[in-house]
Design a protein around this ligand. Structure first.
Ligand SMILES: CC(C)C(=O)SCCNC(=O)CCNC(=O)[C@H](O)C(C)(C)COP(=O)(O)OP(=O)(O)OC[C@H]1O[C@@H](n2cnc3c(N)ncnc32)[C@H](O)[C@@H]1OP(=O)(O)O
Length: 637
């Protein structure tokens, strides 16, 4: 990264000197004066400008001309997209969707092109696509509560007004730890609470019932980490079974073996979504680690290898997440540095497994928290620039691999139980940051999340925040509003340098895994959390309605909040459905579990075998089989 910037500095100097010499030469010619000395210097200056710089500057004039026209045609994958370049206001002004820099001096221009460029151009600082997607907003609201049937209804409610079905699934803690629902007192109360209970393929089918999982407009995210491989296997089997059912309905018969194989392969090529599966951040910032870290990393590689073999190219095998690191207390710089370092660790781990960078990098995605601090305004910009330069210059990766795509959730930690209605204001500002920065996906928190799982009405308000910014807010007609701002430039460089310095600290500790063994990441997150809490409590970090501008009538603040919990009926029904599933698959399950243990112990790709086991075994059965061969997680203390 630093070499890249150093190269920018020397090239900017070179083109600037060349331009100055050219001006001197023109002036001498105008005066009929001798130009030999200047010609000699100009020749030297020319030689200092490299071919990449020349190409960049030469292509700019043509590109800028295209952006001054009415429409632009560009390609994403094999799709040609024609888009209008202007948006009109009620007052009749024409707002450019992408505003161009006004630099006339070539050094300034080159500096902009190498550090920023327009959205959609290396190093993708301002976005990985030239324009925002039309017909599909980034909104992806996280939901899950009770059983699969209730959550299915919530998904339908949330996506009813949008053709694009962008679902994001919250699982209950029993599922997050890979267990089955049970009457055990430490499990029973948690079934279907703060997330949906999913124990079997049957549950998964009920969860996404009515959503066509192979439609290009459906995209499903699943927030699960320790048991991610099993949940992913449930999901992919659900998508495959949907196609098989559709075939039966259409043809009135079973598909032949060949037809079934073709349907399965087609489904895997289409299915769109993300599984979180980020075990490194779980160890560092959250807690749902269930297997040994080595076994989890191996399973992640197995999934990615299986994705490549089956051409699963529209589904992200991991969502490399800073959100939980931030929620645990990290400041935005630490969030970004740890997350990117984790990302590079997955890259190294997949390369070590023999996968090619361009075969797996497009399956990686990222997830950040946007809070109130100034640095959040540039988090995506810095992440995209570091990733693009490292991918191109260190790993020799292609353009698609250079593009870092990320989801944002507004910060839960920044919401407060006092004066809850103020929380929407915080969320609005954080969402504005994300949308100004061309985040690829966005969840906006509901104002009551400091107390409970959002209700239908609070989640509707949260979604309205995004819609108001996208549809009503005037400056959203422009898609690169952060570019060209002095303070944003300053912050981008400052945060990037701080992230690089943090990389050095991690490297000194033996890299991400070495640092984890010493508890470095957890320690740093805790220290930063303490600082925040201390400043909040002593009032030096102002929080409106909490430590200043407190309500003169706190009793008015005591609103009745409906606490969302799974009902007794839902819990009992989950237990019955699970017992029925176990009963129906009793013999097959034992054979599948034996085969799974054999694959895991024998070093085979476990995910292929897991795809079969997930049809007849429950989550808890699979988790326990893996405990026997993969080792259970134990925290270093
Ligand atoms: C405990 C709590 C806190 C949690 O942890 S909640 C966690 C919730 N997590 C999530 O919801 C994760 C969400 N993640 C995602 O949505 C993805 O990983 C993501 C990459 C960030 C965004 O994905 P999506 O919005 O579904 O779309 P993409 O996959 O980017 O786009 C699909 C294709 O559409 C096309 N596309 C997308 N955007 C554009 C634009 N702007 N222009 C043209 N074409 C586009 C393009 O062809 C894309 O594929 P590629 O060519 O491979 O880039």
């Amino acid at each position: 990264m630093r070499r890249y910037h150093e190269r920018t500095r020397t090239q900017v100097e070179a083109v600037r000197k060349r331009a100055q010499l050219r001006a001197v030469r023109d002036a001498l010619v105008a005066e009929n004066a001798a130009t030999e000395d200047v010609d000699r210097l100009l020749e030297k200056a020319d030689a200092e400008v490299d071919s990449e710089t020349t190409a960049l500057l030469e292509s700019w004039d043509e590109l800028a001309e295209q952006y001054r026209g009415d429409e632009l045609v560009f390609r994403v994958r094999d799709k040609e997209i024609r888009t209008s370049l202007w948006r009109d206001t009620l007052s009749g002004s024409r707002i450019p969707r992408v505003a161009l820099p006004r630099y006339t001096e070539p050094g300034e221009l080159l500096s902009f092109l190498r550090r920023e460029h327009l959205p959609g151009y290396f190093p993708f600082t301002a976005g990985v696509f030239p324009f925002k997607r039309e017909g599909e907003d980034p909104a992806r609201m996280f939901a899950g509560e009770g059983d699969a049937f209730r959550t299915n209804r919530r998904f339908k409610y949330l996506s009813s007004d949008s053709e694009a079905k962008r679902l994001s699934t919250a699982f209950d803690s029993v599922t997050l730890y890979g267990w089955d629902p049970d009457t055990r007192p430490d499990i029973y109360g948690k079934v279907g609470t703060s997330g949906v209970s999913i124990a079997t393929l049957d549950d998964m089918k009920a969860l996404y019932d009515g959503f066509d999982l192979t439609a290009p407009t459906t995209s499903v995210s699943m927030t699960i980490n320790g048991p991610a491989p099993t949940i992913l296997a449930f999901f992919l089997n659900t998508a495959i079974d949907q196609r098989m059912d559709a075939f039966r309905e259409e043809h009135g018969r079973e598909p032949t073996e060949e037809e079934a194989a073709e349907l399965r392969a087609w489904t895997l090529r289409q299915v769109r979504g993300t599984v979180q599966a980020d075990i490194l951040k779980e160890d560092q910032g959250q807690n749902t680690c269930i297997f040994s870290t080595e076994f989890s990393l191996r399973m992640m590689s197995d999934i990615q290898e299986w994705f490549i073999a089956n051409e699963v190219r529209n589904f992200y095998s991991v969502s490399i997440s800073g959100y939980h690191i931030a929620e645990a207390g990290a400041n935005p710089i630490t969030q970004l540095a740890f997350t990117l370092a984790n990302g590079f660790t997955y890259v190294e781990s997949y390369l070590a497994r023999g996968m090619h960078i361009d075969d797996f990098a497009p399956n990686l995605s990222f997830f950040f928290s946007n809070g109130m601090d100034a640095e959040y305004s540039v988090l995506g910009r810095v992440a995209r620039r570091i990733w693009a330069v490292a991918m191109r210059d260190r790993y020799g990766a292609n353009e698609r691999s250079q593009k870092l795509k990320y989801h944002v959730q507004t910060s839960g930690r920044s919401l407060h139980a006092q004066e809850m209605s103020f929380n929407d204001i915080r969320t609005t500002l954080q969402a504005l940051c994300a949308l100004y920065d061309n985040a690829n996906s966005l969840h906006t928190n509901a104002y009551d999340e400091a107390i409970t799982t959002p209700t239908e009405s609070s989640v509707r308000r949260a979604l309205a925040i995004q819609m108001i910014i996208n549809k009503e807010w005037g400056l959203s007609k422009n898609e690169n509003p952060l570019q060209g701002s002095f303070v944003i430039d300053e912050l981008t460089d400052l945060v990037e340098e701080a992230v690089l310095t943090e990389f050095e600290r991690i490297t000194e500790r033996g890299g991400v895994l070495g640092a984890m063994e010493t508890g470095y990441q957890r320690g740093k997150i805790q220290d930063e959390s303490m600082l925040y809490e201390r400043l909040k409590h002593d009032g030096s970090l102002p929080i409106v309605g909490v430590n200043m501008f407190r309500s003169p009538h706190p009793e008015d603040d005591e609103v009745e909040v409906e606490l969302a919990r799974a009902t007794e009926d839902e819990k009992q029904s989950q237990l019955r459905r699970l017992a029925d599933f176990h009963e129906r698959h009793r013999d097959e399950a034992q054979r599948a579990l034996a085969r799974l243990r054999e694959a895991a112990a024998g070093g085979e790709n476990v995910f292929g075998v897991l795809m079969d086991a997930a049809r007849v075994c429950s989550l808890g059965q699979i988790t326990h089989a893996f405990f026997e061969v993969g080792g259970q997680y134990r925290r270093n203390v």
